[in-house]
Ligand binder design. Structure first.
Ligand code: MG
Length: 249
């Protein structure tokens, strides 16, 4: 089912989105070699709660952590661990969902740990740009496939791959709402967007091939070939003329 949100509801999602954005910035300020991913997860949980929110990932389908933290070849749904320490040259993704006053915002960012390889810099830079390229396609009356196709086109032009199994989604009252929004597709295909829809657009790209595998923890999705992955995501509301970002620029 597709939810259509009122202006009042969209304002509530935006308030959750402000906490999300601040949490990304706070976690980024903590990044340094030697700290554990579990420490970052704990800090994320404390940050969201101290701002009046609830970490919406926690307990969702049994997910054990406050946010998803994915390192290097981990694409998404990574779990913070005490024995996983950041090291110079890693890249780290925070995928954060904050619930505030009953409404959820979802966003992701990828950051370098110290100096990273040219390949990882290229991957992060172009994954972020792929997100904004896709967003530009959004407006009421347009098929969602235009956004998917644009992300794929942008990614492939820059030598990056699009895993097919994971993608964006509706969000707002629930963590994952319809529709599923692949990061690949064709112009002119898919559902027609409506004003008041709230969706999370989230290119998760790899520097190698697109095939994925799942780790023994049954959560973490990695690239099958071990190539690094980056992930940028915003929650947006569809408007008459385009879209409004609800999780900060
Ligand atoms: Mg999402």
């Amino acid at each position: 089912m597709i939810n259509i949100y009122s202006d009042t509801e969209i304002e509530k999602i935006k308030k959750a989105g402000v906490i999300n954005k601040q949490c990304h910035e706070y976690l980024a300020s903590l990044i340094k070699p030697g700290i554990s991913t579990k420490y970052l997860d704990d800090e994320a949980g404390n940050f969201i709660k101290s701002h009046g929110g609830i970490p919406a990932s926690k307990g969702y389908e049994g997910f054990p952590c406050n946010i998803c933290i994915s390192l290097n070849d981990e694409i998404v749904h990574g779990i913070g661990k005490d024995n996983v320490l950041l090291k110079e040259g890693d890249i780290i993704t925070f995928d954060i969902m904050t619930k505030l006053d009953g409404y959820i915002a979802d966003s992701a960012t990828t950051w370098p740990v110290g100096k990273v390889s040219k390949e990882k810099e290229h991957l992060m830079y172009h994954t972020k740009r792929a997100l904004y390229a896709g967003l530009k396609e959004l407006k009421a009356g347009v098929p969602i496939g235009n956004c998917s196709a644009r992300i794929q086109q942008y990614a492939e032009k820059h030598g990056l791959s699009v895993p097919h199994e994971i993608g964006g989604h509706g969000v707002g009252k629930d963590v994952h709402e319809d529709p599923f929004i692949p990061n690949y597709g064709r112009y002119g295909e898919g559902m027609i967007l409506k004003k008041g829809q709230v969706i999370a657009i989230e290119p998760m790209l790899t520097a190698g091939k697109r095939q994925v595998a799942i780790m023994d923890d049954d959560w973490t999705i990695v690239s099958q070939d071990g190539s690094p992955s980056a992930h940028f995501e915003h929650t947006v509301a569809i408007t008459e003329d385009g879209y409004e970002i609800l999780t900060g620029e």
